[in-house]
Design a protein around this ligand. Sequence first.
Ligand SMILES: NC(=O)c1ccc[n+]([C@@H]2O[C@H](COP(=O)([O-])OP(=O)(O)OC[C@H]3O[C@@H](n4cnc5c(N)ncnc54)[C@H](O)[C@@H]3O)[C@@H](O)[C@H]2O)c1
Length: 319
Amino acid sequence: MQEPKQRKAGQKIGIVGGGLMGHGIAYLFAAAGHNVGVFEPAAELRASLPQRLRAIADLLDDDPAFIGRIAAHDALAPALQDAAFVFEAAPEKLPLKQQIFAEIEQLVAPDTILASNSSAIPSTEIGRHLAHRERVIGTHFWNPPHLVPLVEVVQNEKTGDDVVRRTMALLRDAGKTPVHVRRDVPGFVGNRLQHAMKREAIALVAAGVCDAETVDIVVREGFGARTAVLGPMEQSDLVGLNLTLDIAEVLYAHLDRTPGPHPFLRDKVDSGKLGMKTGEGLRTWTPEAAEAVRERLSRFLAEQAKARRKNAASAGRAV
Ligand SMILES: NC(=O)c1ccc[n+]([C@@H]2O[C@H](COP(=O)([O-])OP(=O)(O)OC[C@H]3O[C@@H](n4cnc5c(N)ncnc54)[C@H](O)[C@@H]3O)[C@@H](O)[C@H]2O)c1
């Protein structure tokens, strides 16, 4: 695909929703040299935005000066003024997102790209009632968006090819790893893969094959130890597809096929065992143990992000 002509930095990016995802997305575009307007209706979240952005700068050892390129607003219009792109990161409710997109359409230029960060709602549905559906696209960032490189750029049945190209170029120039998902399928690619594994993991624990901690060790210390540098398709080609087929012939008949969510998971939720926030889920958690996991994850992702930027800088690539 040929790269479209587009200014690499200094564009206006509008963000709708300054919560968990919105503030990280705002940060990464400001770090890439863009001016960012964030519409956040909750006063306390607007007030805490600078401090949340500074925490990211601290984590990444960044000069916090560019946080000055991000402005928080209590109304949509000023946040989106002159925006070349709008990224919506509002709560995961279809009627709300449809209403937000209808309002956005009245405020922006005809060629402004409107992207939703929804994890599960198809952008086809979010943009269904708009006049210009060709500029609506899904951009599924992963949490935390300023640390995880992947963004799934999801083309729906109406999205224009040029809109895909411009969105991919913007994200790539901001140091992200965008991938083009050609159909707006539920869960896109990443969550389908992640939940296929969780489905099997829960079934194994429910059947008493091993405990939940063992599943985590098997993944982290086993195939997970190489997953960051070896994807499942290249791993299959590495060992040979004949071996992959032989294993599939023996194994697939034994994999979980419970229709819908496993009763083991449903029972946990029904009995209030929601995970770290309630002290018990699939595993049991003290507040200290839960904090240690969050700290381990954050530090690991930050180190990875810093190493990527260092490598990109030494290779002369923009980050
Ligand atoms: N949290 C994740 O791990 C994750 C990952 C990928 C995608 N997503 C998606 O990103 C979106 C945002 O999720 P989040 O985790 O940041 O949620 P969040 O609750 O942290 O943030 C949502 C923000 O939207 C604000 N908001 C409420 N009504 C609004 C309105 N009418 N207009 C604009 N903003 C409004 C809220 O005040 C809040 O600050 C959701 O669609 C979610 O599915 C979340």
